[in-house]
Design a protein around this ligand. Structure first.
Ligand code: PXG
Length: 288
């Protein structure tokens, strides 16, 4: 496997960063998780825009322009002869001393990995997920905006561990006020009385690229969609629930906290949205 690392393509064995890199020492950096479908990178411009906003938010200068980032991403896929892949684009603060000070890190580091994807099993899409609400709250915007896709995922990892302790693959994370924020790596949607509802990103969610695609799909399918606050009760009593993310795409949820959602089977709106999403990913992307 060839990896893009700071301007060069190197073999996997040589793709290394320093133990003094602040991405490792402090989680000081930003990233994107992107999908390649049949030789098309899905919504690459949107991912690069989000990366730029994340970097700007932490005062991290990106080493490449938008066009150069796009070029390097596509080239990484081409060099590895990939048509379908998961792309991880990471920018770290770079090498510094053992103090926090980012201004003592002269050069950010950029690497791009394109490799196989580990997906949820097919049964999860056919039968839906049973998930739980976990005690760990999504970190609030006054501490660290969830809209920044940073290398600091401990908040989500604690929630993921708690989900596993309850035998679930995903977790509903609430914000400080007790409203639904998002899952550990996915945004949340419910369907209720013919309407799709998702928490506003101000509730403490990442502005998911897949989420944005679903908002477009709902408009195309003429299904009303609303962004508003959401409680656990809203999910328990919804007709359908599904999650969205680059890795998961659109995945049905059939149980939350031991309560069946709707019929306890993946619902018709979820299936229409998923079918439409799978059609879009084949046509919408940037050709590598
Ligand atoms: N919330 C969080 C906290 C995420 O990390 C999403 C929502 C969905 O956003 P997108 O833009 O993907 O629709 C994410 C995305 C992984 C992996 O390696 C994680 C994500 C994406 C791809 C892979 O587990 N997180």
């Amino acid at each position: 496997m060839k990896i893009y690392l700071d301007g060069k393509f190197v073999d996997e064995a040589e793709a290394k960063v320093s133990v003094f890199d602040h991405g490792l020492l402090y989680g000081d950096g930003v990233f994107e998780g992107i999908r390649l479908y049949s030789g098309n990178v899905f919504r690459l411009e949107d991912h690069l825009e989000r990366l730029e906003y994340s970097a700007k938010s932490i005062l991290l200068p990106l080493p490449l322009s938008r066009a150069e980032l796009s070029q390097a991403t596509c080239e990484t896929c081409r060099l590895n002869n990939l048509t379908d892949a998961y792309i991880r684009l990471v920018v770290t603060r770079g090498v510094g001393d053992l103090g926090l000070a980012p201004w003592l890190c002269p050069k950010p580091s950029l690497f791009i990995i394109a490799s196989k994807i580990t997906l949820y099993a097919k049964e999860c899409y056919d039968n839906g997920l049973a998930i739980v609400t976990v005690p760990t709250r999504r970190i609030g915007p006054a501490a660290l905006p969830a809209t920044i896709k940073s290398l600091n995922y401990l908040n989500n990892i604690l929630a993921k561990i708690e989900a596993k302790q309850f035998g679930a693959l995903e977790a509903i994370m609430l914000n400080d006020q007790g409203y639904v924020a998002e899952c550990t790596a996915d945004n949340v949607f419910i369907v209720h009385k013919g309407e799709i509802i998702t928490p506003a990103s101000s509730q403490g969610a990442l502005k998911g690229i897949t989420r944005a695609a679903i908002i477009d799909i709902a408009r195309e399918l003429q299904i009303p969609l609303r962004e508003t606050d959401m409680t656990r009760y809203d999910i328990w009593c919804a007709d359908e629930c599904f999650l969205s993310g680059t890795g998961a795409e659109v995945i049905p949820v059939v149980k939350l906290d031991g309560r069946e959602v709707g019929t306890g089977r993946p619902g018709p709106v979820t299936q229409r949205v998923l079918a439409s999403f799978r059609k879009r990913v084949l046509t919408e992307g940037t050709r590598i």
